[in-house]
Design a protein around this ligand. Sequence first.
Ligand SMILES: Cc1ncc(COP(=O)(O)O)c(C=O)c1O
Length: 428
Amino acid sequence: MSTNAALFERAQRVIPGGVNSPVRAFRAVGGTPRFIQRAEGAYVYDAEGRRYIDYIGSWGPMILGHGHPAVLEAVHKAADEGLSFGAPTEREIELAEEILKLVPSMDQVRLVSSGTEAAMSAIRLARGVTGRPKLIKFEGCYHGHADALLVKAGSGLATFGNPTSAGVPPEVVQHTLVLEYNNVEQLEQAFALHGAELACVIVEPIAGNMNFVRASVPFMTRLRELCTRHGALLVLDEVMTGFRVGLHGAQGLYAQLIPGFRPDISVFGKVIGGGMPLAAFGGPREVMQHLAPTGPVYQAGTLSGNPVATACGLATLKEIQRPGFFEALAQRTRTLVDGLAQVAREAGVPLVADSEGGMFGFFFLEQLPQNYQQVMASDKERFNRFFHGMLERGVYLAPALYEAGFVSAAHGAADIDATLAAAREALR
Ligand SMILES: Cc1ncc(COP(=O)(O)O)c(C=O)c1O
């Protein structure tokens, strides 16, 4: 049997860093990544036959757990009918109708293959609709690896961002302004300076790429007001939160807290594909009509709306609409984060945790952070020790302190208990 270490060594010979997406390489926490052989329900099994309770869930998509029978049946049937046609299918309409039914801010939706593609296309659309070049993003939010979004803050509000990746020329990010998350004052100043040139603001409503940080209600309220007043579009990146924090996404939650709240463009991924490559962006008809072939904003994809991926997504969306699904998932996730906080208290370790629906985060801090800088002040060494302590005890958490965690419908009370028992030992 191949060991994880042997596979990692072999992988590094033929794949840069041995992985096809950097965080999988365990660079943040050190050690050897687990090579996964198979998964079932709440568990993944590595190349050495070890079982782990999985709180990554493919970084969000696996909300039903692995190998849900209804999803597998839909995928098998679709695969038998044909893997890809490059022509329209009825199932694409069904999936679009299902998504629109659950997200009332959108009249139309375009299907693509990854969250990166969806966010990149949403920004092009916003620029095409407004005829303006500039955009705002927030530090700690991730919207995929399109060039214009790989950017960190410049030296002040008047200066635009600097690339965070080699290979991105400064000119490509010259229109991207990076602000602090949850900072209303900065937002107001930025709009006062650049409002007339802003095409859009893109934001994660609950930021899952700096662990788990909620946009405050005053921040989201002001963001919506400023976008409306200055004619910029509000792009809500729900790749992670969509169909994960609730049936109507994070926008459903904010609409309950902020009267009339709705984004202009929404971006989805992860859960809508149920584990297959599928993502989407959508909005009101007046906005979406700007896309090719009806409008001048070009956007396309060979595998967009792939028949197997749409079958997988559709089956997943059907399952999460069963009565009580989100209540049960949210309850189980709450039990986990409350339990973690309790176990840490008993061990005298500062730890705060939060969750919404089936998404959660925890920090080795005294208070829940509000922005990236505060997240990064958390105790990295302690996190890394905890991560490895949990992994050794059969609990697979995200291998970096700036990543959110995910609970699935397949995680039972016994899994949560086992996780808390492992945490009690790991924190000792
Ligand atoms: C909020 C958000 N947007 C966009 C993306 C990019 O999606 P993908 O990895 O499918 O390209 C991610 C990925 O984690 C994400 O969390």
